[in-house]
Write a protein of this length. Structure first.
Length: 550
């Protein structure tokens, strides 16, 4: 029988531990609603460029939490979250500097998962208005990625979701195609710096136009979902009465949702590089670029049939917004809730981990005078910590472990040899604080698990003896003995801790540690010549795990 290398097997298995797989079953991780919304979102008084009121030179004064609540711009109304703008004060366009408004961002970041937003009112169509519900990557814009889920301006009649990413040289190429989605593709290249000035302009990104869902500026709201995995990124939009059933449940299967409004596939985009940890934002700016610039105010009607200069009889966006506060009375979001889900194999909150390949070898030998089928299992335990890079700390604990199970199964055996396929079953166990707490004691940690079965490799295994001199009957058996020498797997983990039970525990947990796991496995099993795996005996597996060294 051919020698099999555990180095290849275990290194492949451990490398898979550092990745996630696509899933269509999502489990609730966090809910934002009237009970906690204003605690979980921060009020930002500038954009990412802090020396100006807004990144796009909008005519606004973004309010902090105290001012926003005192002025009634942020409130709980009818048990739901209200986000609006000042709609009572007349202003002087040349001196006021902007109308009071909101820019609100989630304190948590997330990467991968399912985000569902349920609105009971969406901002009214109004010249000068630029409402947006979106996510923004942390770091230099737009290298960390931006996902505009609900966006438009002035008299646009349809929602125009868009994605903006960094230069292709940094994050790879990324495009959308009309065949992948329901909405119309306006520009297909997501690289924010790409422009041919014919089909796409600078800073446009890949933009779509939703033609059939009808939620844009809806006074009765609508529902939107962002589904984000390593394999794809999708945006869905529905009228309230057209949404899939079961959105109230804590477990959601998206496989029946059909074609999305926006769809980026892994084959067209390196999603992991293009989109980093994201925060959720709601913004209500007015004017600026593009809604207030010459082109959009005087020449582009957004599908309404009239340009804003004609509708308002105002030569500039700022002049109209300053003198007509009542036009913005219905320019607000009303939110029933936001629900953030994670899949079995992807994290809804930002996690980081460090893995290294195993340095070990495994030899298997077998002698038989007939075709055989064999099935065995080996198990290795490797301690792996996952820590939150957002506001959701994950406190390391020696009981946070990842289990790797490998099995070899012979198929299509012949008189002269057989094939052996090595599978790996990966079980992740992660302990973290509850979603409603940013720090917690070790006793409060919640446990989450996920699993995956992966075929690692297939090998042709020759029989080591000559052909049998007699015919072997279907009930004949042979014995396969597999001896696996002691293996040592070393994994170095750099741990990050936001909160632990004591200062001493925090100090100890912050140190870099090496965990050594030693495994000795010996088993003998009997297999049937008819190659029925169900008749194989259960192997005996001995696992020795070493504790974390002080």
């Amino acid at each position: 029988m051919r020698n099999l290398s555990a180095l290849r097997q275990l290194s492949l298995a451990l490398s898979i531990l550092c990745t996630q797989v696509t899933a269509e079953i999502f489990h609730i991780r966090q809910t934002y609603d009237a009970k906690n919304f204003f605690d979980e979102f921060s009020f930002e008084t500038t954009g990412t460029v802090t020396n100006q009121s807004d990144d796009n030179w909008s005519w606004v004064h973004y309010q902090n939490k105290d001012n926003a609540t005192k002025k009634g711009l942020a409130a709980i109304k009818n048990g739901e979250v209200y986000l609006g703008v000042d709609h009572t004060t007349s202003l002087n366009a040349s001196s006021a500097g902007g109308r009071d408004s909101l820019r609100i961002a989630s304190r948590e970041t997330f990467k991968y998962g399912l985000l569902i937003a349920r609105f009971t009112h969406l901002p009214k169509l109004v010249c000068g208005g630029w409402p947006a519900y979106w996510t923004l990557g942390q770091g230099e814009w737009p290298v960390a990625g931006e996902i505009d889920i609900y966006e438009g301006w002035n008299l646009n009649t349809k929602n125009r979701p868009a994605l903006h990413i960094g230069p292709a040289a940094l994050v790879g190429n990324c495009t959308i195609e009309p065949t992948d989605q329901n909405s119309k593709v306006i520009s297909k290249v997501c690289d924010n710096k790409f422009a041919d000035n014919k089909t796409q302009f600078l800073n446009q990104g890949c933009q779509s136009e939703e033609e059939n869902n009808g939620i844009w500026a809806s006074e009765s709201g609508g529902i939107q979902a962002l589904e984000w995995t390593r394999e794809y990124l999708k945006i869905f939009t529905w009228l309230n009465d057209k949404a899939p059933s079961g959105l109230d449940k804590d477990e959601i299967d998206t496989s029946s949702w059909g074609k999305p409004s926006v769809h980026i596939q892994k084959s067209r985009c390196d999603i992991d590089r293009a989109f980093k940890d994201q925060r959720i934002l709601f913004t209500l700016p007015m004017c600026g670029n593009p809604p207030g610039n010459e082109e959009f105010w005087h020449k582009i009607d957004g599908g309404s049939g009239k340009t804003c200069d004609k509708v308002t009889n105002s030569s500039t966006c700022e002049d109209y917004v300053a003198k007509n506060p009542e036009a913005f009375k219905d320019f607000y979001f009303q939110i029933k809730d936001l629900r953030l889900f994670k899949s079995n194999n992807t994290s809804a909150f930002s996690d980081s981990s460090h893995c290294t390949s195993a340095n070990s070898t495994m030899q298997t030998t077998a002698t038989s005078n007939t075709s055989v089928s064999n099935s065995g299992t080996t198990t290795t335990f490797v301690t792996q910590y996952k820590t939150s890079t957002g506001q959701q700390p994950s406190v390391p604990s020696p009981s946070s472990i990842v289990q790797v199970s490998s099995s070899e199964s012979s198929r299509n055996a012949t008189q002269n040899g057989s094939t052996s396929t090595i599978f790996s079953t990966i079980l992740n166990t992660i302990r973290r604080c509850p979603p409603y707490k940013r720090s917690c004691a070790l006793s409060e940690l919640e446990t989450e698990t996920s699993s995956e079965i992966v075929a690692l490799s297939t090998t042709v295994i020759p029989i080591s003896t000559s052909s049998p001199s007699t015919v072997v009957g279907p009930n004949a058996v042979t014995t396969l003995t597999i001896q696996i020498p002691t293996q040592t797997v070393s994994v170095t983990i750099t741990k990050t801790v936001v909160a632990t039970e004591s200062a001493k525990a925090k100090e100890e947990a912050a140190k870099e540690a090496t965990i050594t796991v030693t495994k000795t496995v010996n088993f003998t099993q009997t297999v049937n010549a008819a190659r029925s795996l169900s008749q194989c005996s259960v192997p005996t597996v001995t696992v020795l795990t070493c504790p974390l060294r002080s």
